[in-house]
Design a protein around this ligand. Sequence first.
Ligand code: HEC
Ligand code: HEC
Length: 361
Amino acid sequence: MKQKIKIITILLSVPFVVMLVMKTQTATAQTKVETAGQKFKSIKVLNDMPADQMGKVMNMMSASLGVNCAFCHASNDGDYEKEGNEHKDMARKMMTMMFDLNKVNFNGRPEINCNTCHNGRSHPQPSFPLTAAKPAEERPKQPEKKPTVEEILAKYETAMGGAANIAKVTSREIKATRVEPDGKTTEPEEIFQKGSKMAANTTYGKYVVSEVFDGKSAWKTGDSAKIDLKIDETEQIKREAQIFANADLKPVYSKLEFRFLDRIDGRDVYLVLGTLADNSRERLYFDVATGFLIRRTASSPTIMGNHVFQVDYLDHKDFGGVKLPTTIKYAMPQIQWMRKIVDVKNNAAVSDEKFAPAGKK
Ligand code: HEC
Ligand code: HEC
């Protein structure tokens, strides 16, 4: 098939070829994307939504209302197709209202979502403000001369300890703790790193969840059995491995551009936009004062607007000449956790088996 297209492209005029290619692409897209209506059992509104957005959209709705799944479903971990919950019926009306509002007023752009009105509450506040609203954090005064990406990355490298120190550490064995949102529940983590390879094993009682990037592909397993992931989820396992203890971000992104000076929690930050090979974008925030990368966000589109995954890199400490973040906060709607790095052993003998696919250990 590929061969055929190649031969045709040589023979045919350009615009026709473009049309032809576009046609094949939409045709494959149409046949490939499974809709929620096809995959799930009791769908009345979200019929045409790509099925793989279901988890994200449900989490975005839950976070907007400040509730768990059981607010609308029979339980928090199953029987989602069951009917009879009045909140589920109400949520269907609300989704229809939201889609109509966006269609009629905003050309179908997902400007209004559940959070616009609910703002974290199951019942929106029916009142008007009686005190002056707090002003939003203002963007700082922009620098007269824009910094270049090279300057920002060089400063980051220096902050981490410098190229020479970074190069001295080729592998790491790390002890960490995963902290759940209640701040009390924790699970032990063992992380192995070797070049761009990384494996993180989190132990829940006896159940071990591993996230691995072997330098080429990424995967997740539960007690060595593969867990199905969406493309953006494997992409994030890969990215965390690629940027950990690595100031050389140029090979990671196909394009890096400085956008503007922004502010996070009172700190001035350089916002750098990173474009990836597939044209998706991530935002990288570098602390102006310290030089460190302190935040990264990746967003993926859904029918209710962008789903955002945010990682904060905080509390940098020195481990053998290289400064690493020891508090890493992960956040997406309805799901948050934190990694606390406790101990780092540099240049430990890390066997390649740590990065071997499931079942081959
Ligand atoms: C505010 C209400 C609400 C909350 C909270 C909510 N859901 Fe839903 N969920 C719905 C509605 C409504 C549908 C049906 C959508 C339709 O008819 O198009 C649905 C459908 C589903 C389905 C498809 C079931 C099937 O086979 O038909 C799954 C799976 C699901 N939800 C999972 C979850 C999970 C997991 C959570 C918690 C993270 C959650 N939902 C939270 C309202 C909610
Ligand atoms: C334009 C504003 C607006 C938007 C957008 C909106 N809601 Fe609502 N929602 C309301 C209001 C107002 C109420 C309270 C209605 C009442 O008291 O009768 C409500 C009530 C609800 C309730 C009932 C809560 C209860 O305690 O009984 C649910 C469930 C709900 N909304 C879900 C959603 C979901 C899910 C979305 C996004 C798909 C959404 N809403 C979007 C305004 C909105």
